[in-house]
Design a protein around this ligand. Structure first.
Ligand SMILES: N[C@@H](CCC(=O)NCCCC(=O)O)C(=O)O
Length: 267
């Protein structure tokens, strides 16, 4: 049986309705790259979750249901109030219903040792959930590259490798890549300003932008990556290695959970 990986949904308006959803490339990478069963997790639904509070109860319910958690990228941004800032540009897209579930979920997953993997917005959420801050417009920071995609290119061009990252020599990514540098794609307007405490950098761009980190003291697999390894993951050794490692951690967690459940049932 495949492990169950919960995938956090975006919450957005579509055709006059509110929709909770995930872009298919992430579902595909979880199913094929991590060899797991993706289960989409909704953001908060005000009318339902108001009755469910406290928020911790919802989060614990989710973690009782899944073997691992995946936080996909999204055009929306983490609400700046979560890192003590005001919105510099209110029209930038937000998704408070995703923030409300993902931020407490990240902290609880790390505490419980539930394998956790965040990409792009998910990477930024992990930094904020753990006490870090973001630049709301990284491209306006002196000395930083513009890490946004070229919107004049077709989708293949937008997700093509855009710059190099240096991988920490003793890190997990370097061991998966078998190298200490890698070319990665880049599609983000925001970026880490202050890195959360107690995390270790796994990858950094030449302009100093943090591109990947992990929480070394958390009991389970965890990884936060600013670029998009889900994109054509099967064509890239590092991308496929990351999803394989995440899937292996989810499988181990599933065996422990189901073994524990069997023991409880027979004991
Ligand atoms: N809005 C944030 C997050 C960037 C991000 O997750 N982009 C993904 C876009 C679409 C996708 O591939 O899922 C930022 O701009 O920094």
């Amino acid at each position: 049986m495949r492990p169950v990986i919960g995938v956090i949904s975006d919450v957005k308006a579509l055709g006059g309705h509110i929709v909770h959803g995930v872009t298919e490339k992430y579902i595909y990478a979880v199913a094929r790259g991590a060899q797991a069963m993706p289960v989409l997790l909704p953001g908060t639904v005000s009318a339902v979750d108001a009755d469910m509070a406290p928020e911790r109860a919802v989060v614990e319910e989710i973690l009782d249901t899944v073997d691992a958690l995946f936080l996909p990228g999204s055009p929306s941004n983490v609400g700046p109030q979560h890192y003590g800032d005001l919105p510099h540009d209110p029209p930038l897209p937000a998704d408070p219903h995703r923030d409300d579930i993902s931020l407490p979920l990240i902290r609880a997953a790390l505490e419980r040792g539930v394998p956790l993997f965040g990409v792009c917005r998910g990477f930024q959420e992990m930094n904020v959930a753990l006490g870090g801050t973001l630049f709301q417009k990284l491209y306006e920071q002196p000395g930083r590259f513009d890490h946004r995609e070229d919107s004049g290119l077709d989708i293949e061009g937008q997700y093509a490798p855009a710059h190099e990252v240096m991988l920490a020599a003793d890190g997990l990514l370097a061991s998966l890549a078998g190298a200490t540098s890698w070319r990665v794609n880049s599609l983000h307007g925001q970026g880490v300003a202050r890195l959360a405490p107690d995390v270790v950098v796994e990858a950094q761009a030449a302009d100093g932008t943090i591109e990947a980190f992990r929480v070394p003291d958390a009991p389970g697999f965890n990884m936060a990556i600013q670029w998009h390894p889900e994109w054509r993951f099967w064509q890239d050794k590092l991308s496929s290695g990351i999803f394989t490692a995440f899937g292996a951690a989810a499988r181990l967690a599933a065996e422990r959970r189901r073994g524990g459940a069997r023991l409880k049932a027979t004991g």
